[in-house]
Ligand binder design. Sequence first.
Ligand code: SF4
Ligand code: SF4
Length: 357
Amino acid sequence: MPEKVLQGVVGEDAVIDRMALTFIFNRLRERGYTVYGTVNEKGTGLFRPLGDLSDLSLRCTGGTLPPKHIWYKPFETLFAYDRVRNHFKADVPPVKQAVFGIRPCDVHALLALDEVFLGGGYPDPYYWARRVELVLVVFNCVEAGDTCFCSSMGTGPGLGHDYDLLFTELLRKDGASGRERYLIEIGSSAGGELVQGLKGEEAKQEDHQEKRRRLTGAGQGNRFTLETDRLPRLMQEGYKHPYWEEITNKCFACANCTSVCPTCYCADIFDETDFNLRETRRKRRWSWCFLVEFAAVHGGNYREKHIDRLRQFMQHKLNFSIGQHGFFHCVGCGRCIVWCPANIDIAQTGRVIRGDA
Ligand code: SF4
Ligand code: SF4
């Protein structure tokens, strides 16, 4: 095999083995990045800071919790005010973070949150501080998870943009050693800098053909499907469909679905004051439209009924988000299906409402 030394140019590719992952991981650490990756904890993949690359599990799909907490903290202090010194404290320095092994659907979810937090006239400085230097080492999915429907939503199993480095596992192992082989593609100058000097092999046409074959196979492996043609209009027309009542009767209103969704972004903001009334901190924590208190306002609650909260969650993902942002806020990751104790399934709901099931 002709050897290749990567120059770090955007668009460059090569075939590498697993040792190269260690090279990239170490370079990220040398550059001061906190490197997150999926760690298998009792069968659930959780994105944790990696102390060592051997902790990384690339086999976690479906049941994995999303990496959203890396760029959007579940709980954070926005600023503090010291009454005695008449002083505001609001430090939001950029942080260097990298995600190793993020999947295409989660990159699409990140782009959806970018639109929410950075897309309007008032960019969120807290989100920006964690996003601006974020490095994405993406792994295309060569196997479908049990509940994924990314190919229906156009968010996977492969990614064609917005990555720093992109990996696709190749089926053919290295003949001599049986080592794993990956096609690596450079998507940004930050990604290029990380692999400059890395040794691999020239990527051939057959390696790209194999990538396409594996992605097609993974897409066909999606057992869940949802036709999205005219979906927002059909969801709107199906607003009073009897199926909403049927699934509400099964639903526990536990909010698991919204808490594991990589695109849910709602939050509650509140002030916390010291007992001596000296310092007050303004805090933000995730909240969800499924909670009855979420819609409590002075004088009443505009979404008190259980059916309205369930419908709001799914209508927002498959209908309202199109009007708000121009794309679905469901990336087909299937996590809400995995974590629902009542077996309620957003893809099935979409199919019933549009008359396909
Ligand atoms: S609604 Fe469900 S399937 Fe869609 S992105 Fe959220 S968790 Fe994933
Ligand atoms: S996870 Fe299932 S049971 Fe819980 S609120 Fe969501 S739809 Fe209802």
